[in-house]
Design a protein around this ligand. Structure first.
Ligand SMILES: Cc1cc2nc3c(=O)[nH]c(=O)nc-3n(C[C@H](O)[C@H](O)[C@H](O)COP(=O)(O)O)c2cc1C
Length: 455
């Protein structure tokens, strides 16, 4: 819609300039031909400039009016690159707030071009138009789901949401390591809480269902639509726990009770390094108890025919071999629907430790996390024998990176940091590159490439 509006706006401006330009031209002609006083040299230059500008606008305008929607959409996405340097001047959290506000208001481009069909896939009975998702932490309070889905992500994960609203850690708590393509954050689950998020998702859910009904009546059944564009989009809800809560499982159960009706999939986040004790929940016994309780809470709710949303666990990249074996065993025994690998790392891999900001406490994300998280992903794919869908996350900034995650065992992929730096233009770029990688290596679908490096 934004593209359509902008296109009309350009046409409108051109038309107005044409009309006023024509008036100016007539007036000037009458002056020239009227035998009046000699026109100073500077005015001649001015007229020449005005004429040239009008000419350019006419040429540009007529070109725009002949350009198809897809090309115009491409322009809009590319144009967002111009804004990136301005965002870079702002404090990281202020820039993030602005980005969320813009997306919430629909002041972002809307993807109109269909995804390459090779990227379409079905996971947990849900159709994804492409496997690239936005990771948790960007839209913590579900303020901008529609705008973000409309950018062309295959899915968007909101949260982490805590049961009770909490402020999180003191600011500053997000640090950019621009040179390294990385971020260190110690947000500590700043969240408006499950009730505020449920209220927001409730409003959007009604609208999304309505879109779903109207779009399904006008499209064929096997056509996969872009999230948020003409279809409902895939929405993940990531649940966290309050800092002061003594009973972690009660927090997750509360989150599930309140939010699962709005989610296409649910995530228990037990891997943030910024909530003391949270990562201990990844231990074999603790994880088993927690997953059982959350699964029971979800299953005792009333569900329509399609059943409850799948339940995933998000894990850290800083786990021992034994930890990974335990998590794999629990996941297989309890038939967990998926794992997200991974959250941020508390380690400081090269070349980050040379940056003075490396000593800031918190989790590191972005490029330096890529190898570590991809190795854990590969290990987990082997341990779970490819039986559980894995979401690969950590350091993706190109289509080639996304492809490597898929080859390492990911069925879906997510990113955060590269999007924070690269903005909307990065999304179509990654999708196009990923499609190229698959075709180049002779794969006919994303599924065919999943785990290719582990065989
Ligand atoms: C500022 C910031 C806040 C984050 N908040 C959350 C969060 O609330 N919950 C969560 O599961 N992950 C959170 N993450 C982690 C990301 O979802 C992702 O797992 C991690 O950044 C690795 O991906 P990336 O290298 O593409 O950024 C956050 C990351 C950043 C940079």
């Amino acid at each position: 819609m934004a593209a359509g509006i902008s296109r009309n706006l350009v046409k409108e401006v051109v038309n107005r300039r044409l009309k006023s330009g024509a008036r100016v031209g007539l007036r000037q002609l009458s002056i020239d031909g009227g035998g009046g006083p000699a026109i100073p040299q500077s005015s001649k230059k001015g007229r020449l400039l005005t004429g040239a500008t009008i000419g350019l606008i006419i040429a540009g305008g007529s070109y725009v009016s002949t350009v198809d929607e897809a090309t115009f959409c491409g322009w809009l996405f590319s144009a967002t690159k111009l804004v990136n340097p301005l965002f870079a001047l702002l404090d990281a959290e202020v820039a993030h707030r602005l980005a969320i506000s813009a997306a919430a208001r629909g002041w972002v481009p809307r993807e109109k071009r269909p995804d390459p069909s090779i990227l379409g896939l079905e996971v947990w009975g849900r159709k994804f138009s492409n496997p690239l998702g936005l990771a948790a932490g960007f839209d913590k309070n579900a303020e901008a789901v529609e705008g973000l889905l409309g950018l062309g992500f295959g899915f968007v994960e909101v949260g982490s949401v805590t049961p009770v609203p909490q402020e999180g850690n003191a600011k500053p708590r997000i640090f950019r390591l621009r040179q390294e393509g990385a971020i260190i954050n110690r947000c500590g689950f700043n969240s408006e809480g499950i009730l505020a998020v449920a209220r927001r998702l409730g409003v959007q859910h009604g609208k999304r269902k309505l879109d779903e009904t109207s779009s399904s009546s006008s499209t064929s059944n096997d056509e996969v639509k872009h999230g948020g564009k003409a279809g409902p989009g895939i929405l993940g809800v990531n649940i966290g726990k309050n800092k002061t809560s003594e009973d972690a499982s009660a927090d997750y159960v509360q989150g599930v009770h309140t939010l699962s009706q709005y989610a296409d999939y649910l995530v228990i986040n037990i891997s943030s390094p910024n909530t003391p004790g949270l990562r201990k929940l990844q231990g074999r016994k603790q994880l088993k108890d927690l997953v059982k309780k959350v699964q029971a809470a979800r299953d005792e709710m009333q569900w329509a025919e399609e059943g409850p949303p799948p339940l995933l666990v998000k894990i850290a990249p800083d786990l021992s071999k034994q930890d990974l074996e335990d998590i794999a065993a629990v996941s297989l025994t309890l038939r967990l629907d998926g794992l997200i690998i991974s959250n941020t790392t508390i380690s400081r891999p090269d070349p980050v430790n040379e940056n003075p900001l490396a000593k800031e406490a918190g989790g590191l994300s972005g490029k330096p996390l890529f190898d570590l998280s991809t190795n854990v992903l590969k290990e987990m794919y082997i341990l779970t024998r490819g039986k559980i869908p894995l979401i690969g996350c950590g350091g993706i900034s190109s289509g080639e990176d996304a492809y490597k995650k898929i080859r390492a065992g990911a069925t879906l992929v997510q990113l955060y940091t590269a999007f924070a730096y690269g903005g909307p233009a990065l999304i179509p770029q990654i999708k196009a590159e990923l499609a190229e990688c698959l075709i180049r290596d002779g794969f006919r679908s994303v599924y065919d490439a999943v785990g290719a490096d582990c065989r």
